[in-house]
Ligand binder design. Sequence first.
Ligand code: ACO
Length: 426
Amino acid sequence: MKHDVSITIDGKTVALPVLEATAGLDVIDVRGLISEGLFTFDPGFLSTASCESKITYIDGDAGVLTYRGYPIEALASGAEHLEVCYLLLHGELPTQAELAQFKSDINERMPIDAQFAKIFDGFTATAHPMSMLCAGVGGLAALFHEGLDIYNADHRMESAMQLIAKVPTLAAMSYRKSIGREFVDPDPSLGYAENFLNMCFGESGKPSSVSPTLASALDRIFILHADHEQNASTSTVRLAGSTECNPYAAIAAGIAALWGPSHGGANEAVLDMLNEIGDVAVVNDYVAKAKDKDDPFKLMGFGHRVYKNFDPRALVMQESCHAVLAEQGVEDEPLLKIATTLEKMAREEPYFIERKLYPNIDFYSGITLKAMGIPTPMYTALFALGRTPGWISHWSEMLSVPFKIGRPRQLYTGPTQRDFVPISDR
Ligand code: ACO
């Protein structure tokens, strides 16, 4: 312990220990305050560390993101997604033999049982892929519940591998359902991202024709999304998991939290916004709308709760984005022109500069996925696929040490107790 802070309440001084971080901010341990009859008040958790974690570190001001100590730039350029999954789950990079075993473990678990696949019969083709993914992943709890001991590390690793393996299959099935096509089975001879693309766009029984450039760009997107410490969806997974619920149910809760446009839904919202803008000539009007306090319109894909200078993932993604645009020969596509004009304008506008609003990863991933020909409603499902190893690593980390059920308190400002009036007298 480095130093303590103290607060004085009604003349009584209470010492609060400061817990040291290995990197980043130390935290004031306020757990003792409840015995003094006080809660802290921090809506949106802007000043609150909800847990201790050894997985991912972010320095928002310096634009640093590391998984288990390794910078995101190094992982995105030197590793493949399943290697990163292994790192997040085990805490160390795999050896070649360990990675080969992990890949084979994942491939083995990718198929979805035909009986279970009937869950998709309950949906119409207009259902959003995120609703189907949420139901599909939550539904896996039905297959893996009896005998599952969440306090057993081997059982947790099995759940992690099942999820990393089955989320791509379920996401691809959601897409195939939405276009009214039959499902394509996973092919164990393909890489993780290639397999996913083939299950989405391939033909049953035919060899994959997925472009290696697109497969590698998608693999990189998965790496960039793999974890982001205690964001809204990961915190949701931890909160749900803290009730000791089934892990597949906890991950379904994370998928639900990810869906919103302030979080994972932003990549889809970016494309909706670009479509709404529709013409380079009116980009200026939309920038003016975003600056207008009386207009709820926000520029989707700009700003971040934690990164206030730049999003390191956005820089890597920007590079991949340009590579994909060039490979697909779509640099002149109207929507992408609107995107580049918007990016340039927002970067030059004092409103955005003063508030440190920069394009985030969703801005570039939205454009990249569009250039890759991925339909917009699938974007957030792809984010969920990428984030699954992060969610399950946090869930497992929480269960591997003593923890408490997540149960925030409140500042009550409603009416004080009043007399009930029977309905006949109202
Ligand atoms: N467009 C216009 N103005 C914005 C934007 C935006 N995208 N984002 C923030 N602002 C303004 C706010 O109005 C506020 O202005 P004020 O100081 O004059 O009141 C100021 O910038 C600070 O914004 P906050 O809302 O306090 O920032 P916060 O950290 O709470 O929110 C968030 C971050 C939710 C990401 C927000 O920037 C936003 O909604 N962005 C658009 C959606 C988006 O891209 N989300 C993806 C997040 S990244 C991810 O999930 C991977």
